[in-house]
Design a protein around this ligand. Sequence first.
Ligand SMILES: *Cc1c(COP(=O)(O)O)cnc(C)c1O
Length: 227
Amino acid sequence: MEIAHKLNKINQRIYQAATKAGRDPRKVKLLAVSKTIPAAVLLEAYKAGQQDFAENRVQEWLNKVPELPADCYWHIIGRLQTNKVKYLDQRVSLIHSLDRLALLKRLEEHGARRDLVWPVLVQVNIARDDAKTGLLREEVADFLIEALNYPHIRVNGLMTIGLFEADIQETRGFFRDLRRLRDDLKKEFPKEFTLNELSMGMSQDFEIAIEEGATIVRVGREIFGER
Ligand SMILES: *Cc1c(COP(=O)(O)O)cnc(C)c1O
């Protein structure tokens, strides 16, 4: 199947999942997770109307950016090494993987130097999976309080990765937990943060994530095929 057709299918599924949940489908953003996929294929997706792309390696992102039109939106997902932060610039739309204090500090330094404010999501290890990074849910409030000291960081919401081996009910439970955590934090910090974004759901579970309130879904394989 060609990319345009696959994108069309996914967008239809997003529309249906949102409508089923009584949500406005326009409030759900599809990220094309393009890690390991050649720039020429991204361009095909772009021509089919896709503008948001997500990469997990800074070097690969740097190589692809010049190959695509300037009106693409680039998202950084996956563990971000502090020594790679210096390569980030205003072409980054959103960093989804703020998961530790050292990274917060490094982003602040780099943002101050470049006079940029980084829009970020705090990654939460909602499933308490030892194999994943991210804050535990009980750590997030203190982390947000700490982030208030960093004027070049703007926390816009939360992100999580489900458990690959979880069944549908478990997966739904994790997404629901992330949403509840976000709702609690919104109440706790009504003036300090907007926290409007919930980045959750991938190829295998994005419809469940939308039903549970995802505003951003990150889909790779269903668009580009197996990596
Ligand atoms: C690779 C990746 C995705 C996309 O996963 P697919 O199964 O290809 O849809 C989403 N989020 C993160 C953080 C990823 O690393």
